[in-house]
Design a protein around this ligand. Structure first.
Ligand SMILES: Cc1cc2nc3c(=O)[nH]c(=O)nc-3n(C[C@H](O)[C@H](O)[C@H](O)COP(=O)(O)OP(=O)(O)OC[C@H]3O[C@@H](n4cnc5c(N)ncnc54)[C@H](O)[C@@H]3O)c2cc1C
Length: 483
């Protein structure tokens, strides 16, 4: 059993992505005091909260919206992640794969339409497997995808031979890799800040940074018949008709029912200097089972920042993961003020072992870090995000639990939550809304929050148990205990 999450820690380690902050927005408060009432309070200002506010404003600009953020704008996982927008197409249903592809397209389209300077770069995602059994599992999953969704299957190819691997700069002792089209890399903070700045300038939201929400309580009865929830902070309380929790790893602080279902997990990231004389890498990368003892659950990730049109042209290797090499507990942890020294040492040493970086990068040479930091992910007990109305809590919505894979999901999950909220506002029945949304591909069925799903997830091994062994796999259309 996991305890409810703590609030975000007041101090945090210095993420590269936060090294060029928007000085006005970072600690912005639209008003000195909290408003007394808002139609909608969105808690959390990362990629989920920002998109929820943006989409709500696009669809229903007359609603009053307050956004509360515990720290600075985008200082949670979105401002501390790997910058990798990689749709995963084969270890999940075609329904989920398709949703991730659509989400990645939505991210790209927003950036292009608004000309957001956030280093957006299309890349091929090269996912490498470092044991034969992992490769065999991936090959079977790709074969299944090609059978079930032949068109989508064309976006994934498998490479195993030495010459194909070395062409992608992967060392040939790797068992094999998949190449997936549709991936991208970006500077996530700049994307979120662009959205939030636009909303603040249009006075579309009341933004309150450095305002941790300590609790939310349902209102029994009130003079304001609209209000259903009291939102409590140290700066005072306000009431709202709807509350959206966009608090990812920290969700269970305000929603203890989810203590076992969404668990905070600390991850480590680095911005490494490429070695002298390096050659740019052709792809973005995932490294599965490459960690200490080839732990099958170790999953490291890498993008290289672009060289052109950027404010800080160091072509950093943005490399994250290394949890299996960690020296401190990561599961259930919310303190991102320090960097795990075991994970950091591993990340600095590991890349030349996995890839041919070119230049002076012998396998024993560690790379120098420009920045190293930590961040808090939200691991879902059944591996799927939790999106929608919280049962038996009218007016309360959640979109969280992306299990370290939020960039290909959060934008359209936020869109789905807003759709459900507005359906409720129109008096429509939730079960019917769910059915319609799933039929239209608006949200994968396994992401919906239902009492049945909560009951099913409650009997799964805990996130900690799953993390320490290879217990879970994707079978019969969902993540479950291996048969
Ligand atoms: C080290 C690391 C590397 C990652 N790499 C990748 C990657 O390469 N690709 C990928 O797809 N995903 C990656 N992820 C996961 C991805 O970053 C997340 O899934 C995604 O950013 C979640 O966005 P969010 O807006 O839901 O949550 P967050 O960005 O965490 O935002 C939640 C916000 O809520 C605020 N908050 C929480 N509780 C409260 C409260 N009670 N009151 C007020 N505010 C509150 C927090 O301060 C935070 O700002 C990584 C995550 C980490 C930590």
């Amino acid at each position: 059993m996991h305890n409810p999450s703590a609030l975000p820690s007041p101090e945090s380690s210095k993420s590269f992505w936060l090294s060029e902050p928007d000085e006005v927005l970072r600690s912005y408060r639209s008003t000195l005091e909290l408003p007394q009432y808002a139609d909608v309070v969105i808690i959390g200002c990362g990629i989920t909260g920002a998109n929820a506010a943006r989409i709500l404003f696009e669809k229903k600009p007359e609603l009053t919206v307050t956004v509360m953020e515990a720290r600075e704008v985008c200082s949670g996982a979105t401002g501390r992640n790997g910058g990798h927008v990689q749709p995963l197409l084969f270890d999940r249903t075609p329904e989920i794969a398709n949703f991730e592809l659509k989400n990645c397209a939505a991210v790209r389209d927003y950036i292009k339409k608004h000309d957001v300077a956030c280093e957006y770069t299309s890349v091929t995602g090269c996912r490498t497997f470092w044991t034969n059994s992992l490769l065999i599992e991936a090959e079977a999953q790709v074969a299944e995808l090609r059978k079930l969704a032949p068109k989508m299957g064309q976006s994934v190819s498998i490479i195993t031979g030495e010459s194909d691997l070395t062409a992608q700069r992967v060392h040939p002792n790797c068992a094999g890799a998949t190449l997936t089209l549709g991936a991208a890399s970006l500077w996530p903070y700049k994307l979120v800040v662009h959205m939030v700045r636009d909303l603040v300038e249009k006075k579309a939201v009341n933004l309150q940074t450095n305002t941790p929400v300590e609790s939310i309580t349902p209102l029994e009865s009130t003079e304001n018949t609209q209000a259903r929830w009291t939102v409590v902070t140290k700066r005072g309380s306000m009431v709202a008709k709807y509350v959206i929790l966009a608090t990812n790893g920290y969700a269970s602080h305000l929603l203890p029912l989810f203590s076992d279902l969404i668990v905070p997990v600390r991850g480590t990231m680095t911005a490494l200097f490429p070695p002298q004389g390096y050659e740019r890498l052709p792809d973005s990368y995932g490294f599965v089972g490459a960690g200490p003892g080839a732990n099958p659950s170790s999953d490291d990730y890498l993008i290289q920042r672009p060289s052109e049109g950027v404010s800080n042209p160091k072509e950093h290797l943005m490399f994250g993961g290394g949890r299996a090499a960690g020296t401190s507990e990561s599961i259930g942890e919310t303190d991102d003020s320090f960097v795990d020294r075991g994970s950091l040492a591993y990340l600095k040493k590991q890349l030349p072992i996995l890839l041919d970086l070119g230049g002076k990068s012998g396998t024993n040479t560690g790379l120098e870090d420009d920045f190293a930091w930590s961040g808090i992910m939200g691991y879902s007990k059944d591996n799927a995000p939790w999106v929608g109305a919280v049962p038996d809590a009218k007016g309360l919505f959640l979109s969280a639990g992306y299990t370290g894979h939020g960039m290909p999901n959060a934008t359209l999950c936020a869109d789905a939550v807003i759709h459900m909220l507005l359906s409720e506002e129109r008096g429509e029945e939730l079960a019917q809304t769910h059915t319609n949304m799933v039929m239209r591909g608006h949200i994968p069925v396994s992401y919906l929050i239902t009492k049945e799903r909560i009951a099913e997830a409650s009997v799964l091994p805990s996130v900690k148990e799953q993390d320490s062994s290879d217990l879970m796999g994707f079978f019969d259309g969902k993540w479950t205990i291996r048969p």
